[in-house]
Design a binder for this molecule. Structure first.
Ligand SMILES: *Cc1c(COP(=O)(O)O)cnc(C)c1O
Length: 376
């Protein structure tokens, strides 16, 4: 077996032991009060992390299954305005193209979203707005609350991917008017990959499409979840639900506010290291945008090769992420989501500092020391 690496990626992330052990149990029947209680625990905790009292379901499938469920149930044959400033915004646009009449509201990856273009598209009758709250590919946090207001003003549904913010950053689905919100299990929740959660507002239910998909039919999820015991329409990925329940109980025990504060501090420490190194952060933010609280994207200094840099870090036992698609070779990313604490982030920054140094980057100062100042 290969040596276990410390995954400092924007998902998947290391899982606490309690979460891993939950998956080693004997099979249980999913039509049982025992499973119903597991599902109910997940839903209860996830609702707090979503900031919602709306219906919420857990789907067997990765985050993208949740994105597709959202678009396929509410966007079929509709005019959809898709905000794109990174890879996952683009994914929501591509999914929307399959089901409705999708219009890209684009800006270069990692730059502020084009609110004027969005407003223009809403004036032309867009019925749905899609947004990625925390654009993982670029390390930028988009102004969800403001976009929720625009959607409401024009009576459009607001569909939000909160896959790397739920459980790691402030998400207020109800206060922001986010009608359909999605998260994934292997990101800030520190659960295994393979589950998605989707919340649905009453306003969205009123606009449910008439020809839903079969496996991802959210009305079927609603019907099954309303029974006693709570169920899913088809056999769920039971071992993953058992693990997600443990991850949710850990979140509940830590407390959402404390968990968010921990994430904020870790991201701040990571940014302090960048500043000390003299390495630029990749996103170009303005007053309405912020750097991500769960993943930090760095622009490569001139002359530093991505594969070489990350190979040095990997040799030290730590996996950090490169860029995706058009950002390949241009950026690297350090995830600080899930169960991460100062020892993991400090060793990651130390290995990264070593690699940058070794490859000839002229350090302004001590990044690890700067991170310690934030964390200490
Ligand atoms: C990871 C991620 C996804 C995709 O989730 P999968 O679990 O890989 O299907 C979607 N959106 C964002 C913002 C992500 O970070």
């Amino acid at each position: 077996m290969e040596k276990e690496l410390l995954l400092m990626l924007p998902g998947p992330v290391p899982m606490p032991e309690q979460v891993r052990l939950a998956m080693s149990r004997q099979a249980i029947n999913h039509r049982s009060t025992e499973f119903g209680a597991v599902y109910a625990d997940c839903v209860r905790v996830l609702k707090t992390a979503f900031g919602t009292t709306n219906d919420l379901f857990v789907i067997s499938g990765s985050g993208t299954a949740g994105m597709e469920a959202a678009v396929a149930n509410f966007g079929r044959d509709k005019e959809i305005a898709c905000i794109v400033n990174g890879k996952f915004g683009e994914r929501l646009f591509k999914i929307s193209q399959r089901y409705g009449r999708a219009h890209e509201i684009g800006s270069p990856w990692g730059t502020p979203v084009d609110l004027e273009a969005l407003e223009g598209r809403l004036e032309q009758g867009a019925e749905i707005v899609t947004l990625v709250h925390n654009e993982t590919s670029a390390g930028i946090k988009n102004p969800a609350e403001e976009i929720g207001k625009l959607a409401k003003k024009h009576d459009a549904l607001f569909l939000m991917d909160a896959i790397t913010s739920v459980g790691g950053d402030v998400v207020e689905a109800d206060a922001w008017g986010a009608d359909v919100v999605i998260t994934g299990s292997q990101k800030c929740l520190a659960a295994p990959a393979g589950l998605a959660a989707v919340s649905v507002s009453n306003r969205a239910w009123e606009r449910l499409c008439k020809n839903p998909p079969y496996y991802l039919d959210l009305a079927a999820y609603r019907k099954s979840a309303s029974g006693k015991p709570m169920e899913t329409p088809y056999t769920p990925a039971v071992p993953l639900f058992l693990a997600l329940r443990e991850a949710c109980l850990i979140l509940e025990e830590e407390g959402l506010a404390a968990r968010i504060a921990r994430h904020q501090k870790l991201a701040k420490a990571t940014r302090a290291a960048a500043e000390a190194w003299g390495v630029s952060l990749f996103p170009k933010i303005d007053a309405k945008h912020e750097y991500s609280t769960t993943v930090t994207a760095f622009a490569y200094p001139d002359g530093i090769k991505d594969d070489v840099m990350r190979a040095i870090v990997k040799k030290l036992g730590i996996l950090i992420a490169g860029g995706q698609d058009q950002l390949k070779g241009k950026i690297f990313r350090i995830g600080s989501m899930g169960a991460v604490s100062p020892p993991e982030i400090l060793s990651t920054l130390a290995a990264t500092q070593y690699a940058l140094n070794k490859l000839g980057h002229k350090m302004k100062g001590d990044g690890v020391g700067a991170a310690c100042e934030v964390l200490g």
